[in-house]
Design a protein around this ligand. Structure first.
Ligand code: SF4
Length: 86
């Protein structure tokens, strides 16, 4: 999802474990979908870059990835998740 010109944010549903830390770090921006129990971005037009990064930084599984003009700027390292294919 493009948040600002050139800045896209993705939430990997495979990595998101619904801990809701992102919703605490950036309330009103990240929220938990009641059906899927995964994080979603609720108000992308209102989100600031700081809020997007705040949520991404507290995510324990690095489910939130931020790209700038196609290049990943966060997280720098994406650790493997249990169940990932090697
Ligand atoms: S902090 Fe990470 S794992 Fe927790 S709900 Fe947000 S995106 Fe999902």
């Amino acid at each position: 999802m493009e948040i600002k010109p050139g800045i896209t944010v993705t939430i990997d549903p495979h990595r998101c474990i619904g801990m809701a830390k992102c919703t605490t770090a950036a309330p009103g921006i990240y929220t938990i979908d009641e059906e899927t129990r995964k994080a979603v971005i609720e108000h992308p037009d209102d989100a600031t870059i700081e809020q997007i990064f705040a949520g991404a930084r507290v995510c324990p599984t690095q489910a939130i990835a931020i790209h700038q003009y196609g290049r990943r700027v966060y997280p720098q390292i994406v650790p493997p998740m249990p169940g990932d294919k090697k």
